[in-house]
Write a protein that binds this ligand. Sequence first.
Ligand SMILES: [Zn+2]
Length: 78
Amino acid sequence: MTLPEGIKKFGTDAACQAYLFSQHWPDGLACRRCDGRRYWTIQPSDRTAPLYECVGCHWQVSVRAGTIFHRTQVALSM
Ligand SMILES: [Zn+2]
């Protein structure tokens, strides 16, 4: 799936992010450092994709990491 196809398919950032989240972490997000299951959602003002930060060790991951959306500066839906 290409980026424009993804945008067309999901329509909204929230729907696209929910899809990416479920693809990344079908069993929920687990921290790669401490295996923690609790995390904050951070919405940086200068990025379009949220970050997830582990409550226990402050490990951060973007839902875009490793996806077609990684490193793009394009909003998930325009
Ligand atoms: Zn952690």
